[in-house]
Design a protein around this ligand. Structure first.
Ligand SMILES: [Zn+2]
Ligand SMILES: [Zn+2]
Length: 234
């Protein structure tokens, strides 16, 4: 009896912690492909392939679909062409950025980087018009972690790299990968930034992330480089 009680409590505790984990990734919904909603037929039919659906109207969409940003909730929404066209700019929905700019000459001295207080060499930065500050997001075992940057550190960055002055608020991010040698930097649409966070979340193991994360990060940057619509020289 008491054993059952303990077991019951443990199950509840497990369910609660699972729920918390779910909350952490809610903002990344639809971006971590392996964790995508599965549609199973009733009566034990074999599970079908992962499908992508429009988060606004529910129709099935191609894997390569458009995204909208919910400005206030800072959430990426998968959209079909019709919803994307109709809802872009409506209320809090914004189309995500559409350029990927590779920045091989970005200047980011160690002391400026240290000033950001980010514990890992992988992060993205975005200017938020809602909170009127620059936000850094970086991966951790608990999911993507956000921190607001000191204004001086960011203005030092834009002094050194005027290209960052053109970073579109909300819809574009600066992606930084100082785990690689040489480091990689790019301005990318905000849904790509969140996709990186989602890929990391989906592959993270243990405390340090493991080799799954290393591979996910490496292939993300390969794809990003291939997508780049421009390279910013000095
Ligand atoms: Zn739709
Ligand atoms: Zn999507």
């Amino acid at each position: 009896m008491s054993v059952d009680g303990r077991r019951g409590r443990r199950l509840v505790a497990d369910a609660v912690s699972a729920r918390k984990r779910a909350d952490v990734v809610a903002g990344l919904r639809g971006l971590a492909r392996p964790a995508r909603t599965r549609v199973n037929g009733a009566g034990g039919a074999p599970p079908s392939a992962d499908v992508e659906i429009c988060d606004l109207c529910g129709v099935t969409i191609a894997p390569d679909h458009r995204h909208l940003l919910h400005l206030v909730e800072r959430r990426i929404v998968c959209a079909c062409e019709a919803c994307w066209a109709m809802r872009s700019g409506e209320g809090d929905y914004r189309p995500t950025g559409n350029r990927t700019l590779w920045l091989p000459d970005l200047e980011l001295p160690d002391e400026v980087w240290a000033g950001f207080g980010i514990p890992i060499g992988l992060a993205f930065f975005m200017r938020s018009t809602v909170t009127e500050c620059v936000v850094a997001m970086y991966p951790s075992p608990a999911g993507a972690t956000e921190s607001e940057l000191h204004f001086e550190s960011w203005s030092r960055m834009t002094e050194l790299n005027p290209v960052l002055g053109d970073l579109e608020p909300d819809i574009e991010g600066l992606i930084v990968n100082r785990l690689s040698d040489p480091p990689m930097y790019a301005i990318a649409p905000i849904d790509r930034c969140y996709a990186l966070a989602g890929a990391i979340k989906a592959t993270w193991e243990g405390i340090s992330g493991g080799t799954g994360v290393e591979h996910a990060v490496a292939s993300f940057f390969e794809e990003l480089r291939a997508e780049a619509t421009g390279v910013s020289g000095s």
